[in-house]
Ligand binder design. Structure first.
Ligand SMILES: C[S@@+](CC[C@H](N)C(=O)[O-])C[C@H]1O[C@@H](n2cnc3c(N)ncnc32)[C@H](O)[C@@H]1O
Length: 422
């Protein structure tokens, strides 16, 4: 195989394992496999893999239009990737078609079908580039779980979900923001969107540990949460890779960080080292926490479908299987219950998810409040500098869809502050 074929074959294998075997691009094994390639090939591989997943609903519509016979999963994946390259990434079509035909031969698919359909599609690529996705085209599980969202919210989602994410960063303090060497669209006194997204980890200020990457919407809830007494006991129950915890540590407030995943704790530790923070860390299942130590504030950034981060994690729609929402909902409910037992009177649970699905957000809080009349939903008071973002607060909940702020992309996110009143 020539180099172009080899790297596209790697892309095919990765896409197939995400589609069929529920893997993620960030899984350690896949990451290792990617790193075995030459530096210049890695950027190509990641670009094509991400774009193939982001545009796969568009490309499936194109496949439907051009191929009437039933195709197998391998053919589907090969076509998705090839059409993405031709139509949406504007690559030279003859290279893409030749490589795809060779891969089809290697996989014992129908090279003739791949060749003929891609040539036809390439002829009409300008017109096909304009193909639009409707709500009906989205995965069934997602449509079922978002039946209650408004038409405006649906429209906003359709306009945004397949676009590349922007990079929003948060600084330790105002001084470190003022020292920043590059252009920034500020979102607050300590945060902003990067204008230049290239080689960000090579910037001096990053190596110095002046800032970390954190989406605007996930930064929002804690930035608006005041902690008056610095002696309060705080716990971040699910803390890795660390964004929320860094927000607290940067205010010189102590907090214990916990996460169940060994691998994610490793990433958390390396982030803490770079930022020069040294908090107490636990690597435990939060549900099994002993209840002898109580806290004033528990940050509960619960495991969820992550559908709010669809632009960063396009795997969510690309996988053949839907996320196991029933299992996640039970886990979220149990985590809330556990947090309530570990909380001191007048303390807060800050419940957050990078999801906007009702079952992971409003339903969880409403269900919790129904069962716990010693808790109330606490006022979401906005900092003055966030007055222009008041549209994200509704009835004391914070909710964003994948949306735009200052013409930059933000994730879908949810937060609620729960106060224990007795
Ligand atoms: C949404 S992520 C947390 C993101 C983190 N708060 C941040 O700001 O970077 C959810 C985390 O929950 C962890 N987790 C899942 N089940 C857990 C459990 N039973 N106990 C503790 N952590 C758990 C996962 O390993 C994952 O790191």
């Amino acid at each position: 195989m020539i180099q172009g074929e080899k790297i596209r074959y790697e892309i095919h294998k990765i896409l197939f394992s995400i589609f069929r075997f529920n893997k993620n691009l960030n899984d350690l094994r896949i990451k290792k496999k990617i790193e075995e390639n030459k530096k210049e090939d890695i950027a190509f591989l990641i670009n094509v893999t991400l774009a193939s997943m982001r545009y796969h609903l568009h490309t499936l519509k194109i496949i439907d239009k051009y191929i009437k016979k039933k195709i197998r999963d391998h053919e589907k994946i090969l076509l998705i990737s090839a059409i993405t390259q031709i139509v949406f990434l504007n690559f030279k079509e003859y290279a893409v078609i030749n490589c795809s035909v060779q891969i089809a031969k290697k996989l014992k698919l129908y090279p003739g079908l791949i060749n003929a359909s891609l040539k036809n599609i390439a002829k009409n690529k300008l017109e096909l580039k304009e193909i639009k996705i409707t709500y009906d085209d989205l995965p069934l599980w997602f449509k079922e779980k978002t039946y209650s969202i408004t038409n405006i919210e649906k429209k906003r989602f359709l306009k945004n979900f397949y676009k590349e994410p922007d990079i929003h960063i948060v600084f330790k303090n105002i001084k470190s923001l003022n020292l920043f060497e590059d252009d920034l669209i500020k979102t607050s006194s300590i945060s902003g969107f990067l204008l230049n997204k290239k080689n960000i980890t090579e910037k001096k200020s990053f190596i110095r540990g002046d800032w970390w990457v954190q989406d605007f919407s996930s930064f929002f809830p804690l930035h608006n949460f005041e902690i008056k007494n610095k002696k309060n006991k705080l716990l971040d129950a699910c803390s890795a890779p660390g964004g929320k915890a860094f927000q607290i540590l940067s205010r010189n407030i102590k907090i214990i960080l916990n996460d169940k995943s060994k691998n994610r704790i490793k990433i958390l530790k390396s982030n803490l080292d770079r930022l020069r923070y040294n908090p107490e860390i636990k690597n435990k299942d939060f549900l099994k926490f002993k209840e002898d130590q109580k806290f004033d504030t528990i940050i509960l950034d619960a495991p969820c479908s992550s559908v709010g981060t669809i632009r960063k994690n396009p795997e969510i729609f690309f996988k053949k299987n839907a996320p196991n929402l029933e299992e996640l909902n039970v886990l979220q409910e149990n985590m809330l219950k556990k947090a309530s037992r570990l909380l001191l009177k007048n303390g807060f649970i800050i419940y957050m998810t990078c999801s906007f699905l009702k079952c992971e957000t409003f339903d969880q809080i409403e269900n919790f409040l129904k069962k716990n009349d010693n808790f109330v939903l606490f006022n979401f008071k906005l900092k003055k500098e966030f007055n222009s973002f008041s549209r994200f607060i509704d009835k004391n909940y914070m909710l964003t869809f994948p949306d735009n702020v200052l013409e930059k992309n933000i994730d879908g996110y949810f937060a609620a502050y729960l106060k224990k009143i007795k």
